[in-house]
Design a protein around this ligand. Structure first.
Ligand SMILES: Cc1ncc(COP(=O)(O)O)c(C=O)c1O
Length: 493
């Protein structure tokens, strides 16, 4: 608990206990102290204010009695989470007017916790948080928290902790055929940070960067904010159209792609396209930014190796994230930089925010080294396969003629195309009203030619809930279609 700013003036003649009481009351009513916030112990506050403990005890007694504070045996004293109504309406009202039993919940300092729309069925980008191996993770977090050495508490290397970088390099070589050494790996706080770093290193004023159309809005946002002038290049069944990329001219210095599992449509880039893209980069002295965000999960055939591993000329900057394979709030991702760019990435990282926080890096390094990560991935493949199948079954059963599944081969979401007369933005809005959090495919386009569809996440909810959710989706689609038929709406693309 921080020290309270509670001015005590001995010259006024107002008793100390009254000054303490008034100070707390004012701070609570002014919102300086928030519901649920811990306040100092009476002993600590007496020391801080340089007064004896008795007046502080008397003030706390009143504040507790009147409902401003809440005492929890063994865990301290807190600002009450239910401050009486009368007090909030008239801050100056005397304490005597406070009536017990008319309490109202006051919003705390934190935003509301993610509700159903934040975590519910169809939410994209969510792994199976209910299946996370808490026991082993908690044990490692506790172990490293307790045993932090002075060295680990001091400034770290801009690229991150070497044991973690080595463990990631080992995993990427084996699982994704990425050609890399630990020295090339930089730990970052996720894909957004990786993309910002890449723009800082690779681009100069006036340079252009090609992105997929449709593509990942998060990447557009990060790359655009990094100062790149973005050029959309269409994606077809084979991936980014490299002929179209070539025609965009020489100012295009880099291309951002999701070759293993195109976001949002789900296709994987064919070998021919991969070689064409690498050839483009080599001939133009340009770069490829490979976002390998959820390639660990593939349901129909063996995962393709990374584009990076096929590149003989080291033009690929590879990036990945633990958001999907562990959980997003861990905020750990990585960049594998070609040897020629490694030092520039390290320098840019240092200029940006020095180095990544150490604690989760230590935990993750051990999580990987002890084999928990590999075990978790293996187990999750089965979990996601079951969830995906439940989604496909439900879509077939409840939504059959109103949508077409575009691709469900990999990842934690699938794309569906809506049939004529259905508008995806409208459908998503209606779904939100029923507690379902789908994403409109049209939001992934930068241009005006857009397909109407939905991205349906299946990673975050168990099969039973997926099935229930498809029934609700079927009802929403039916209602929208009946409405559009009645209203003579123009067909969707
Ligand atoms: C295409 C793509 N790249 C990367 C990520 C991971 O982002 P981050 O590492 O910032 O959590 C996601 C998450 O949804 C994604 O969809």
């Amino acid at each position: 608990m921080t020290t309270l700013h509670l001015p005590i003036d001995r010259s006024t003649g107002v008793p100390i206990h009254r000054q303490v009481y008034d100070g707390f009351r004012r701070a609570i009513l002014d919102g300086l102290l928030r519901p649920g916030q811990r306040v100092p112990s009476t002993r600590a506050l007496a020391v801080d204010l340089a007064v004896s403990r008795l007046p502080v005890l008397t003030a706390y007694d009143h504040l507790l009695h009147e409902g401003y504070l809440d005492g929890r045996v063994g865990s301290g004293t807190f600002v009450s989470s239910a401050v009486p109504d009368d007090l909030l309406r008239s801050p100056g009202a005397p304490a005597a007017t406070v009536r017990q039993g008319t309490a109202r919940q006051v919003p705390g300092p934190h935003p509301p916790a993610s509700g159903e729309n934040g975590l519910g069925p169809f939410r994209i980008s969510l792994p199976a948080l209910d299946q996370f191996p808490h026991a082993v993770w908690d044990r490692l977090v506790a172990r490293h928290t307790r045993a932090l050495t002075a060295q680990q508490m001091a400034y770290g290397h801009p690229a991150g902790l070497l044991p973690l970088r080595a463990a990631i390099a080992e995993h990427l070589r084996a699982a994704r055929a990425v050609r890399c050494e630990a020295e090339q790996v930089l730990i970052v706080s996720g894909s957004q940070a990786a993309l910002r770093l890449a723009t800082a290193v690779l681009l100069s004023r006036g340079d252009r960067l090609a992105v997929e159309e449709p593509g990942y809005p998060g990447a557009r946002a990060a790359l655009g904010a990094g100062g790149a002038e973005l050029v959309s290049v269409p994606v077809d069944e084979e991936g980014m159209n490299v002929d179209s990329l070539r025609r965009r001219g020489r100012r295009v210095r880099a291309a951002y792609v999701t070759p293993s599992h195109q976001y949002p449509l789900g296709t994987s880039m064919t070998a021919a396209r991969r070689f064409a893209l690498l050839d483009w980069a080599f001939r133009r002295d340009a770069w490829v930014l490979e976002d390998d965000y959820d390639s660990e999960y593939r349901y129909v055939s063996r995962p393709l190796g990374a584009l990076q591993g096929m590149d003989a000329h080291q033009r690929v900057i590879y990036m990945g994230s633990f958001s999907k394979v562990l959980f997003p709030a861990v905020r750990v991702g990585y960049v594998v930089a070609p040897p020629t760019l490694r030092q520039r990435f390290v320098d840019a990282r240092e200029a940006f925010d020095l180095f990544p926080p150490s604690l989760y890096q230590l935990v993750l390094a051990e999580f990987l080294r002890e084999g928990h990560f590999a075990r978790h991935l293996r187990r999750m493949r089965g979990v996601y396969l079951e969830r995906r199948d439940a989604l496909l079954t439900g879509l077939d059963r409840h939504c059959g003629d109103r949508l077409t599944v575009h691709n469900a081969d990999a990842g934690l979401h699938l794309a569906v195309l809506l049939s004529a007369g259905l508008n995806d933005g409208d459908v998503v809005q209606r779904m939100a009203g029923r507690g379902l959090a789908a994403t409109a495919l049209s939001t992934c386009y930068a241009g005006t030619v857009r397909r109407n569809g939905l991205l349906l996440g299946f990673g975050g909810s168990p099969p039973r809930r997926m099935l229930d959710a498809t029934r609700v989706l079927g009802e929403v689609l039916q209602a929208r279609r009946s409405r559009s038929v009645a209203g003579g709406a123009t067909p969707g693309r």
